[in-house]
Design a protein around this ligand. Structure first.
Ligand code: SF4
Ligand code: SF4
Length: 456
């Protein structure tokens, strides 16, 4: 039985803030900075002043709006149902339209978010370059020779955030079809996404393995593109809308009743296509129908469960909630439920599991200091639990947490929950066999115990 709440995005955006302030204690930027203007309530007030023409889009205004992580913790706390993230997306699109930017800045935004991310084949070239940089030893050379120190301020640290691109091609081919291993009960379509398919192909493979084990035929629609989340959060709404339209066409052609994603950030936007395309008469209704079919992989597995029995996978694991799953999609129990079904796995409660890790799309690149402050808090919590694995279902969170664990020199690895389930099916819970986001080998596996949840 699903224990999480379904999000309904088929209505107009709710903006009725009653200024109660209940969202302030859960807002990471307010917790860190203590300014009203860096709280949800303060940002809503500023957005409304700008909308009513009572305030200019000053640099200070832009900073307060961009300082927000878009984590949506304020939405979970709000008794008035204010849909803060939709307001934020609109405010950022308004800033991108009206605020003067340098030509270079504008060009780079359009080139990267529009040109590169709009076609999987173009993105492949970018990651191929990164693969060469790492595979030919240039990264090693740069780090050893201290050449990175010659880069502009801050870039040396940020280089450490780069994920390891697998040398072997692990991406899932668009247009592929995978038949169910048992009697076919469901036909589902999988979103491969942009970064996910280039860096986290192993997560897609694990997702397909688990689905086919559990009686699902999996289709990978050929003409699908990036979900548009990065573009939308950066204020490039028109780009995000055009990607959403392309996905509607691709997934409608596949004709499946369920659209699956294993990335929390993608899922939150796919479920919000109704809002994104609300002003597009030709696509608004289709977008609402499409969004109603979208499920996170954990949500879907709990709906069709229980899972087919697995082999024991003795390990101590903590689960960290991606913001776009717990706050964006109101899903917190489903990933824990599937992990608890793995025999021998000990699921330990992580303090502050629902707090943002500071990744937030490209926020860890644009707001390094704030991002690192939040990551430090997260790593401290993880340290107290002493797990072998930190499971989290979002690529950005996996890269951010993996970076924090490595920087703190901790022998703990970040992994997607579905990879743990797939390993339990393969029956190969060997040390070092699970490839993590930084391409390192797995941590030691502790003694076997019954499945369940423990406090730290
Ligand atoms: S989205 Fe997150 S960072 Fe932004 S105002 Fe809401 S709680 Fe604060
Ligand atoms: S909790 Fe909701 S209603 Fe209350 S101040 Fe925050 S956004 Fe406004």
């Amino acid at each position: 039985m699903a224990t999480d709440m379904r999000v309904d995005h088929s209505h107009p955006v709710k903006t009725d803030c009653i200024h109660c302030g209940l969202c302030l204690p859960v807002c990471p930027t307010y917790q860190e900075l203590g300014h009203e203007a860096d709280s949800p309530r303060g940002r809503i007030y500023l957005m409304q002043l700008v909308k009513q023409g009572q305030m200019k889009r000053s640099h200070a205004y832009v900073d307060h709006i961009h300082q927000c992580l878009g984590c949506r913790a304020c939405e979970s706390a709000c008794p008035s149902g204010v849909e803060f993230s939709s307001m934020l997306d609109i405010a950022r699109a308004d800033i991108a339209t009206h605020n003067p930017q340098t030509r270079t800045h504008k060009f780079l935004r359009k080139a990267i978010l529009g040109f590169v991310f709009s076609r999987p084949s173009r993105l492949r070239w970018l990651f191929f370059g990164l693969c060469l940089y790492q595979g030919l030893g240039l990264q090693w050379l740069m780090r050893r020779s201290r050449l990175l120190k010659l880069l502009p301020a801050g870039l040396e640290e940020k280089e450490g955030l780069l994920p390891t691109v697998p040398l072997a091609v692990t991406r899932i081919k668009l247009g592929a079809r995978f038949t169910a291993k048992a009697i076919s009960r469901y036909r589902v379509a999988l979103l491969t996404g942009c970064v996910m398919n280039e860096v986290f192909g192993a997560v897609h493979k694990a997702t397909i393995d688990v689905l086919t084990e559990n009686g699902c035929e999996v289709l990978v629609p050929k003409r699908q593109v990036c979900c548009g989340a990065l573009q939308n959060h950066a204020g490039e709404r028109a780009l995000a809308q055009s990607l959403a339209r392309a996905n509607l066409r691709a997934f409608e052609a596949a004709g499946c009743e369920v659209v699956l994603t294993n990335s929390a950030g993608c899922g939150a936007l796919l479920k919000d296509y109704g809002h994104l395309l609300a002003d597009d008469r030709a696509h608004a209704g289709r977008a609402i129908s499409f969004s109603a079919k979208v499920r996170d992989i954990s949500e879907f597995l709990v709906e069709i469960g229980p899972l087919k029995p697995m082999r024991p996978l003795p390990a101590h694991v903590v689960y960290d909630d991606p913001c776009h799953l717990i706050h964006g999609q109101k899903i917190s129990q489903a990933p824990r439920e599937i992990l608890r079904q793995i025999p021998g796995m000990k699921l330990i409660d992580l303090p502050g599991a629902d707090e943002c890790c500071g990744s937030a799309g490209v926020y860890n690149l644009t707001h390094w200091d704030m991002s690192q402050r939040l990551l430090k808090r997260k790593i401290e919590h993880i340290k107290t639990c002493r797990p072998e694995w930190v499971a989290s279902g979002n690529p950005g969170c996996l890269m951010q947490i993996a970076y924090g664990l490595k920087a703190a020199n901790l022998p703990i690895k970040a992994i997607h929950p579905i990879e743990l389930v797939a390993q339990a099916y393969r029956g190969r819970p060997k040390v070092g066999k699970i490839v993590t986001v930084h391409g390192d080998r797995g941590a030691g596996i502790r003694g076997q115990g019954p499945g369940g949840t423990d406090d730290c």
